[in-house]
Design a protein around this ligand. Structure first.
Ligand SMILES: [Zn+2]
Length: 658
């Protein structure tokens, strides 16, 4: 069995490994051709877009200092963390199999290297999915967002040191709690890896809690879905993965870590002097991330918008699965920044490239602000007229003044799924129609649909007719029913894969393309597993509180198996000096940090590290419980029966088949 783990898979959503793939099997490719409908759709869009407008390219190249060429950043154990050349095919005009908007965005994101933003502010872009910003302090570099993994972060700061000044890191700012903005911290602060000391680390309030918890409970499922969203199993090619829209791709390998912040930003404005540089922070929680900040450098008239502004429409809902984001707050923070920092001469961010000049910067921010506000307001306007989520998404369009601007287009998030996110935030999953209150689950419904449509041959016929008229969305619905009714029907699988190819080739959003093409890839080549090796995140897991680790166990308690069982254990963590009482009652796992219970079935003395090793299966449950490595007073057998109640989910679950 492949390695399974219960703690942290979603922390790893951006780290691919796809260890479950069978490398020996030949990969079946698709037809590799755009249908006439795809060609026409992509051509029509190309005519609609102002592709001759070179302004973004000028901005993305402005201030270029140097890059590594070639740029191949090794990961651990002989792996490759980052290989810029793998995107080398992204050049020239869009091929017929790629949406021209996405192609343009991929070309922009591929412009990599060290760039000067303004006096004393630099960025390393294209060394990871995110940007590292370096601000010249009095004594050293203030590093903003040390990328996703140690290896890419080390390469980025080395580039800056080589071509600017070789100075130490004097402070670090984590703009928000997503791993692509903190995971590489050990690459910029290697010298005090095990001795976190004097160097100030500034982060938004709630950072550690969110960074170590945001995805931990639902992590296994999110990881599997992330394989689709980031196209991690796909070849990088005009027929496969092209880019995420937010950046080229995510690092394929690498070590992830985290550090405790030394100073928190929890209000607006919050002024701070960091290594001789004046900062004015804006606290923007519950926007793009649960814990986020932006900052203004008043002496340089430069605003870092973190990830609340980007050169793409962002996600109000991320398709790997996450709680929906608050469009109203998000838009409001951008408005507030325009008010407070209205004299800015440049805006730079955690992804993509800066915008210079006061007029252009404000104009860009206003359009970003209004994009999220428009989606919010118009979704509710239509909901109040009785339209449901799918009906709203189908008819919603940005106004001409917003949709004509590249930065508001959906090369990452999309209007379709973002308007559904707003609907979900207010109304939840139920659309109010009784037919949708308690429908049959997919496989049961599929069998009945196929029968009602006259059997498999008839469904195939109708699907081919839909395809031949360019209605690939309907073809996908028909064929999905057929595959769910008859998973062994190769003809149906193959036609569904071709249908997903065309939907992917037309998609402007990088994640939409990757999702469709991964669906096609799995229909042809079988399950591609789930990304990630939890051992690479040990640096993060070591900083995850015991409560979070226990919470991740609780959501894996097998309810039916635990029915009627009562047990109680004292867990004494000798390294962190905490005692937690864990109880099973009503098939729920309770845990409290408290005094040891006198009537416990057993008292277990262990370490936080050991719990992490158990969770990542670096230590086996049974061996450990029965060995002398664990100090157990009381019933070892009862402890073992408790641990046996904890499920090991298989992250290879099926998606495009039942
Ligand atoms: Zn990011």
């Amino acid at each position: 069995m492949s390695r399974r783990f219960f703690l942290a898979s979603a922390i790893l959503v951006v780290v691919s490994g796809c260890g479950d793939r069978d490398a020996t099997r030949a990969v079946k490719a698709g037809s590799g051709e755009a249908s006439s409908f795809t060609v026409a759709a992509n051509q029509a869009l190309a005519q609609d877009l102002s592709l001759a407008d070179s302004r973004d390219f000028e901005d993305a190249r402005r201030g270029f200092i140097a890059t590594d060429d070639p740029l191949v950043i090794p990961g651990p154990d002989g792996t490759t963390a980052w290989d810029a050349a793998s995107y080398g095919f992204v050049a020239g005009d869009a091929p017929s199999t790629v949406n021209p908007g996405l192609w343009r965005q991929a070309k922009l994101n591929a412009l990599r290297g060290l760039f000067k933003v303004t006096e004393g502010v630099y960025q390393v872009r294209g060394y990871d999915v995110s940007n590292m910003t370096l601000i010249e302090g009095r004594t050293g570099w203030i590093v903003v967002d040390p990328l996703t993994v140690e290896e890419t972060a080390a390469a980025a700061i080395a580039l800056a040191r080589k071509h600017l000044v070789d100075r130490p890191v004097s402070a670090v700012i984590f703009t928000h709690s997503h791993v692509d903005h903190f995971g590489g911290i050990d690459g910029v602060l290697p010298e005090n890896k095990d001795n976190p000391a004097v160097i100030p680390i500034i982060a938004p309030q709630g950072f550690m809690e969110e960074a170590t918890s945001e995805n931990i409970l639902a992590g296994v499922a999110m990881s599997r879905r992330a394989l689709y969203v980031f196209g991690l199993a796909l070849p990088r090619s005009p027929l496969g993965h092209v880019g995420t829209g937010l950046g080229n791709g995510v690092p394929a390998e690498g070590r992830i870590s985290i550090r405790d912040p030394t100073e928190l930003v929890g209000r607006t404005p919050q002024e701070m002097e960091i290594d001789g540089v004046r900062f004015v922070f804006q606290y923007t929680p519950a926007s793009e991330a649960p814990a986020e900040l932006t900052f203004y450098l008043p002496d340089l008239k430069a605003w870092c918008g973190a990830e609340i502004v980007s050169h793409t429409m962002h996600n109000l809902y991320t398709l790997r699965g996450a709680k929906v984001r608050d469009a109203l707050k998000w838009s409001g923070y951008i408005d507030d920044a325009i008010d407070r920092f209205g004299d800015m001469e440049v805006v730079f961010a955690s992804h993509n490239w800066p915008v210079w000049g006061n007029g252009r910067a404000i104009d860009y921010l206003e359009a970003q602000r209004d994009t999220y506000r428009y989606i919010h307001d118009q979704t509710l306007r239509l909901a109040n007229q009785g339209y449901t989520s799918q009906e709203i998404a189908e008819q919603l369009e940005l106004p001409s003044t917003l949709r004509s601007r590249f930065a508001n287009r959906g090369s990452y998030g999309t209007l379709r799924h973002n308007s559904k996110a707003v609907y979900q935030a207010y109304f939840g999953w139920y659309d109010g129609n009784p037919a949708n209150l308690d429908p049959l689950p997919p496989a049961d419904a599929a069998k009945k649909y196929v029968a009602a449509m006259g059997g498999a041959a008839s469904v195939m016929q109708q699907a081919m007719a839909a395809r031949d008229s360019g209605d690939d969305r309907w073809a996908a619905t028909l064929l999905n029913h057929l595959v769910f009714a008859e998973p062994g029907n190769d003809e149906a699988r193959s036609l569904l894969a071709e249908t997903y190819d065309q939907l992917g080739f037309r998609a402007e959003s990088g994640p939409w393309r990757d999702i469709y093409l991964t669906g096609a890839h799995e229909l042809r080549n079988g399950n591609q597993g789930t990304p990630g090796d939890p051992r690479r995140a040990m640096g993060l897991l070591r900083n995850t509180p015991v409560e979070q680790l226990l919470a991740s166990m609780a959501v894996r308690l097998n309810g039916p198996d635990a029915d009627g069982k009562r047990m109680r254990f004292n867990l004494v963590f000798t390294d962190v000096g905490e005692t937690h009482v864990v109880e099973i009652e009503n098939a729920v796992m309770h845990y409290h940090r408290t005094e040891a219970a006198a009537d416990a079935d057993a008292t277990v003395r262990l370490t936080h590290e050991l719990l992490v090793q158990l969770g990542t299966e670096q230590a086996g449950l049974k061996d450990l419980v029965l060995s002398d490595n664990l100090d157990v007073a009381g019933s070892r057998l009862k402890l073992l029966s408790f641990l046996r109640l904890i499920d090991k989910p298989d992250g290879r679950f099926a998606i495009v088949t039942p």
